[in-house]
Design a protein around this ligand. Structure first.
Ligand SMILES: [Fe+2]
Ligand SMILES: [Fe+2]
Length: 340
């Protein structure tokens, strides 16, 4: 929380704002409302916290200004209920020096600013302006960040399709692995930030196959040991391709480790347990399930039931237990028709 000093106010910006003003004393409310109405876009008023919460839910104003001591529901109770539904709406409390006991609670709730009684109207206007401006800037920044991530995702999706165009039999494999990986990660409750990384990493997890001769990739026979060994180089090759790119997520590592197994029997480095990054442990399961459920040039599709049997049987030995459980839940929820 911070106090206000006078500052230059962008009048046009103020005219775009909607504000909720909550005050129980009728005379004060009407006086201040008249002042605010002339300076902001839309003003909503309420006579107590309960009414304020209701008006807030209906109109979603940009800023809330509230008195503290009010009948039915006080201003801080209302602030707490608003903040629990939306963190990013600035709340300004109007408070008397004698009410300083409330300050700690106000800080805990996340109240953004306070204005001392008796209210200096310019100070209040300044507080509304600064709060709304900060909120608008934060939203703009978040919007720009989202746009960058979306562009990155689209670029990676293009690369993903380009890799698969060399191998029509695995067309859409990375896309489907990505969809399932994301669903598993969300089921496991990992952070949205990590989910985004998994979405991108899984979309290019087989990028290293670009270095494998197309004849081997599309070979309709069962592969020889030598051919298998060549295929297995795709994890390291993918890592080498991606290692130079500065992603905010460990994408190159996800690609390198997606064929590692929990008991150390995987490749290329025979990592075990938590030596393998969580993202790769998740992608690995989606990869196994998708591959088994789909047709391959050297065999027909084994079906999703057979894939579930595989991960269930090797839960903990080859595959991460939590990721297996989450994967099975995800598939159950879709009635085993995840890609249909
Ligand atoms: Fe792979
Ligand atoms: Fe794969």
């Amino acid at each position: 929380m911070e106090n206000e000093t006078s500052l230059d106010i962008d009048i046009d910006f103020m005219k775009t704002l909607s504000v909720l003003y909550v005050e129980d004393e009728e005379e004060t409310r009407e006086l201040l409302a008249r002042f605010l109405e002339r300076r902001i876009g839309v003003l909503h008023t309420a006579a107590n916290g309960q009414e304020g919460a209701r008006v807030f839910a209906e109109h979603h104003p940009d800023v809330v200004v509230t008195d503290i001591k009010m009948p039915v529901m006080d201003g801080l109770e209302m602030a707490a209920s608003i903040k629990s539904s939306t963190r990013d709406v600035p709340i300004i409390v109007i408070t008397a020096y004698s009410e300083q006991d409330y300050f700690i609670r106000a800080i805990e709730i996340g109240v953004d600013r306070y204005v001392i009684k008796p209210v200096n109207t310019d100070t209040l206007l300044g507080a509304i302006y600064k709060s709304a401006k900060a909120g608008a800037q934060a939203r703009e920044l978040e919007h720009a960040r989202q746009t960058v991530i979306e562009t990155l995702e689209q670029t990676i999706a293009v690369v993903s399709r380009a890799i698969e165009s060399r191998d029509p039999y695995t067309d859409g494999h990375q896309k489907r692995v990505s969809l399932l990986s994301v669903a598993i990660a969300e089921e496991m409750g990992v952070t949205p930030e990590t989910v985004t990384g998994i979405r991108l990493g899984s979309l290019v997890h087989d990028v290293g196959k670009i270095r494998i001769p197309a004849e081997i990739l599309t070979n309709p026979r069962r592969l020889s040991t030598v051919e298998m060994d060549i295929i297995k180089t795709h994890s390291q090759a993918g890592y080498d391709i991606l290692a130079g790119a500065k992603f905010p997520w460990p994408v190159a590592r996800m690609v390198l480790e997606h064929h590692e197994r929990m008991n150390g029997s995987g490749y290329p480095n025979g990592l075990a347990g938590e030596q393998i990054c969580l993202e790769a442990r998740i992608i690995c399961i989606a990869d196994v399930v998708e591959s088994m459920a789909s047709f391959r040039p050297y065999r027909p599709a084994l079906g999703i039931e057979r894939a579930v049997e595989e991960i269930r049987m090797n839960r903990g030995s080859l595959y991460d237990e939590n990721a297996v459980d989450a994967c099975i839940k995800v598939l159950e929820k879709s009635d085993y028709k995840f890609w249909d």
